[in-house]
Design a protein around this ligand. Structure first.
Ligand code: SDX
Length: 428
């Protein structure tokens, strides 16, 4: 017997079925609401509105739970944890890959690491101080122009080719962006290096010397990408689904996801965290003073708070462990890290934050670790995009495979003028 919800509006009573998810979440199916009552719901920011049913990621914000295809993310944080490509496969195909499938995907990624040589000239067209996320979104769309045969994958063979193309080349685009801005020669991928090590190689190595990637750094970057890989219907993933719902191709949908992620309240927050720490240091402020400013709403404690997590973001917990493990090994002495730790210590015991359930989120620590790795602040959100790409692809494909999915077209409540008429210029 399906549980229902009753809505009484005017003379009408509408009974609506309740959809129950595999973790017991309940959603009131309002798909008949407007047709039956003429009314719509109103939910700015969609905090109470489900856009779809999905089997990819589960979050329990109250309990601080995050699971990829049912696997808790904490299980990815151990010395023999899987690599980012395994987790990418899990998110996209719904299961862990066999050894052969992983080897085939790795070979495909290696074979797809280069860009069409004509694309190199695109980088030269940007101003040297162009924001890397602007270049990234444009270049993902441009990739589609060079690969028309897989831009809109129709079957699994084309889809796997598109995955390899996007997931491999996003690194090259990121690295070439970093090199171009600094006037450095482009470094091509090294087929002997793994996914994360190759990104660091393309970003930081120089033609005249050997480049060694520290295992700790490679491991930390691999874990950062895993932790960023998906987060159900966050702003950028919802954007990818929205764009994909019009049957826009995979490359254009992911390019739109980059634009949404760029926002300082979303993926841009890790940049905002570092800029906040810089401001505190440069202004000679104490952590105590800044926390007071945040409480007076004269500032925001960037990296704190989350629309869904009203508990510690489980990713922040894992990243805090990476900080504790990696920074001492890198012998990093960074006053910004000390400020961050003091801010966290103060906020976690302050009623302003406790009452509002504001805890550190993924961005609070990711920026600190990326900085310790020598990755410049303007590349932080690009790193987030590299990590989140598998989640975008997984959701685009899940929606594309769902034959019942329709073009996303929310309604509105009009509050503008009524009964107006056109006034010819002579009478204005
Ligand atoms: C990501 O959605 C996802 O899943 C995103 C993400 C992902 O993986 O895709 O997890 C990645 O985007 C993480 C969030 C990164 N953003 C930040 O760290 C920016 C700082 N945080 C906030 O701006 C804020 O917490 C949001 C945007 C994250 C959430 O905003 P909400 O849910 O709309 O909360 P709100 O703005 O309504 O705030 C509720 C109260 C307000 O105070 P009151 O009006 O009740 O007195 O909390 C206060 C806010 O002023 N508040 C903060 C605060 N965040 C909220 N006060 C100080 N510092 C903060 N960071």
């Amino acid at each position: 017997m399906t549980e229902t919800a009753k809505l009484i509006i005017g003379e009408k009573t509408l009974e609506m079925p309740i959809v129950v998810g595999s973790e017991g979440e309940r959603g009131i199916d309002i798909s008949k609401l407007r047709q039956e009552t003429g009314a719509i719901t109103l939910d700015p920011g969609y905090g109470n509105t489900g856009s779809c049913q999905s089997a990819i990621t589960y979050i329990d914000g109250d309990k601080g739970i995050l699971r990829y295809r049912g696997i808790p993310i904490e299980e990815f944080d151990h010395r023999k944890h899987p690599n980012f490509i395994e987790v990418m496969w899990l998110l996209i195909f719904g299961r862990l890959p066999s050894e052969q499938e992983l080897a085939e995907m790795r070979d495909a990624l290696t074979g797809q690491a280069h860009l069409h040589e004509a694309m190199k000239h695109h980088f030269e067209g940007y101003p040297v101080n162009a924001p890397p996320m602007a270049i990234m979104s444009a270049m993902l769309n441009t990739l589609g122009c060079f690969h028309p045969e897989i831009i809109d994958p129709k079957d699994e063979v084309q889809f796997k080719a598109a995955i390899a193309n996007l997931v491999s080349k996003i690194r090259t685009i990121a690295a070439f962006t970093y090199r171009r801005v600094r006037g450095l020669p482009y470094i091509y991928a090294d087929p002997k290096r793994r996914y994360c090590a190759n990104l660091l190689h393309m970003m930081f190595s120089m033609p005249h010397e050997e480049y060694h990637v520290d295992d700790e750094i490679e491991d930390a970057l691999n874990l950062i990408f895993i932790l960023h890989a998906d987060h159900e219907q966050n702003c950028s993933t919802s954007t990818v689904r929205m764009v994909g719902s019009s049957q826009a191709n995979l490359f254009a949908s992911c390019a739109a996801g980059v634009c949404a992620l760029w926002g300082p309240l979303h993926g841009g927050a890790n940049v905002e965290v570092l800029e906040m720490l810089e401001r505190i240091k440069a202004g000679g402020l104490s952590a105590e003073q800044y926390v007071e400013m945040a409480k007076q709403k004269d500032a925001r404690l960037m990296g704190f708070g989350h629309r869904v997590y009203k508990n510690y973001d489980p990713r922040a917990k894992v990243l805090k462990g990476v900080c504790d493990r990696v920074l001492p090994k890198l012998n990093v002495k960074d006053p910004l890290i000390d400020i961050a730790r003091r801010l966290e210590e103060l906020a976690l015991k302050d009623s302003y934050f406790i009452d509002r359930k504001l805890y550190p989120n993924v961005d609070f620590y990711s920026g600190i670790i990326l900085r310790a790795m020598g990755i410049p602040t303007d590349m932080f959100t690009v790193m987030f995009a590299i990590g989140r790409l598998p989640g975008w692809i997984a959701h685009w494909w899940e929606q594309r495979q769902d034959k019942s999915s329709r073009i996303a077209r929310p309604r509105q409540i009009y509050t503008g003028p009524v009964g107006k008429h056109y006034v010819p210029m002579s009478k204005r």
